[in-house]
Design a protein around this ligand. Structure first.
Ligand SMILES: [Zn+2]
Length: 148
C-alpha cells in the first residue's frame, strides 16, 4: 500500500474511533472541571463533560499522573478537535497529490512528484505526507522507508 492510501486508511480509522466516542454533533466539545460528584476522600477530583452537560468521564483518577492534567488532556482531544484534525489532514492529502514529471536523469522517462511541493529531485510521497504519517508510525503497515 502506498503512503497516501495508507494515510487515508489511518484517518478513516481516526474517524471511526471518534464517531464511537461521540453521541451527538452538538455534544462534541468537551471540557474538564473539578468534579461536582463524590470525591471519595480526595480534596478535589476532576471530570470531563460534553457540551450538552452529560458527564462522560465522571471521575478522572489516573494512578501515576495528575488528575487535572489528564482531565484537561482528554477534554483538549475532544471529538470536535479530532474531527477538525481529520478534516485538515484530508485537505492536505487532497492537495499533496502526485503528478508526473519528466526525469532529468540519463534514463529519461517520467517520475512522480508532489503537485504542491515540487522537490528537486522529484520525490513522492513528499515530506509533508511523510510528516503527516509520522504520528501513526506505531500502527500496522507503517514502513520505515516513509520516515522523513
Ligand atoms: Zn507535497
Amino acid at each position: 500500500m502506498e503512503l497516501a492510501q495508507w494515510l487515508h486508511t489511518q484517518v478513516d480509522e481516526d474517524e471511526r474511533i471518534v464517531q464511537a466516542a461521540s453521541w451527538a454533533d452538538e455534544a462534541n466539545a468537551w471540557h474538564a472541571a473539578p468534579s461536582p460528584y463524590d470525591t471519595w476522600g480526595k480534596d478535589e477530583r476532576w471530570y470531563v463533560e460534553d457540551a450538552m452537560e452529560e458527564g462522560l468521564v465522571t471521575h478522572v483518577d489516573p494512578k501515576a499522573s495528575d488528575d487535572e492534567g489528564v482531565a484537561r488532556h482528554i477534554a483538549e482531544w475532544d471529538p470536535a478537535r479530532v474531527l477538525r484534525e481529520i478534516d485538515a489532514k484530508r485537505q492536505l492529502l487532497a492537495l499533496h497529490r502526485p503528478v508526473q514529471q519528466r526525469s532529468t536523469g540519463s534514463g529519461g522517462g517520467t517520475i512522480e512528484d508532489c503537485q504542491v511541493c515540487g522537490h528537486f529531485p522529484a520525490q513522492y510521497p513528499c515530506v509533508t505526507l511523510r510528516l503527516l504519517a509520522l504520528p501513526y508510525a506505531d500502527r500496522p503497515g507503517y514502513r520505515e522507508e516513509w520516515r522523513p
